[in-house]
Design a protein around this ligand. Structure first.
Ligand SMILES: [Zn+2]
Length: 207
């Protein structure tokens, strides 16, 4: 089908999220047709936190706005996982991501999930409302996916789970936030949770 239109990537948006918006907005009859246009390997499981090897057309559409280095720094979870790594190893992981190759999962020492415990893509109901007002749609933010942080560092309310599993074995798909977010319960976190969120997010490229 080819890439005729590609959406703008929003601030702090995961690359997965902009690809999911592209899929929904392009009117593909099924996911696999989109995967053929977007990924070098159409059978790949879309990487929610980082990125997959993408086709040249998609990269060109993304590069119109940002360089690969900026995409990795601002639109993947790289800064979060790399923050305590030694310089040399951090650089190797960064290079691996920028070239979309190499084993960045090992370099970044991404913790394995405990037995049967899943992490889900999360969202803040107030950020969602603001995004809908400002952009006309919501999207998946990086800042809501930091392991161990349960509240939105901007609004102080609890992050809610979507049904999209981050590291599961579900069949490959791209799910846009706008299709997925329905519940909008606003529950504020306590002081300790707020401090933790502020602490984890400060000193990183997230806020
Ligand atoms: Zn928020």
């Amino acid at each position: 089908m080819g890439i005729a239109y590609f959406p703008e990537i929003y601030p702090d948006e995961l690359i997965y999220s902009v690809l999911a918006r592209y899929y929904v907005q392009s009117g593909y009859p099924a996911y696999i047709f989109c995967a053929e246009d977007v990924f070098a390997d159409k059978k790949v499981r879309p990487d929610i936190e980082f990125l997959n090897v993408m086709r040249l057309e998609v990269l060109e559409a993304l590069f119109k706005k940002k360089s690969m280095a900026v995409l990795v720094e601002k639109h993947t979870m790289f800064p979060y996982y790399a923050r305590f790594l030694p310089y040399e190893r951090r650089n190797r992981a960064f290079e691996a991501l920028c070239s979309m190759g190499g084993n960045y999962n090992n370099l970044l020492a991404i913790p394995k999930q405990k037995n049967g415990e899943h992490r889900y893509l999360r969202y803040c109901p107030l950020c969602t409302e603001e995004d809908r007002t400002f952009y006309g749609e919501s999207y998946w933010h990086r800042i809501h996916q930091l392991a161990g942080v349960g509240i939105c560092p901007v609004h102080g309310c609890k992050l809610l789970n979507s049904s999209v599993i981050i590291s599961g074995k579900a069949s490959p798909n791209l799910v846009a936030a706008e299709q997925e977010i329905k519940e909008m319960d606003i529950i504020y976190g306590n002081e300790i949770e707020k401090q933790l969120a502020g602490y984890v997010c400060s000193g990183q490229a997230f806020l």
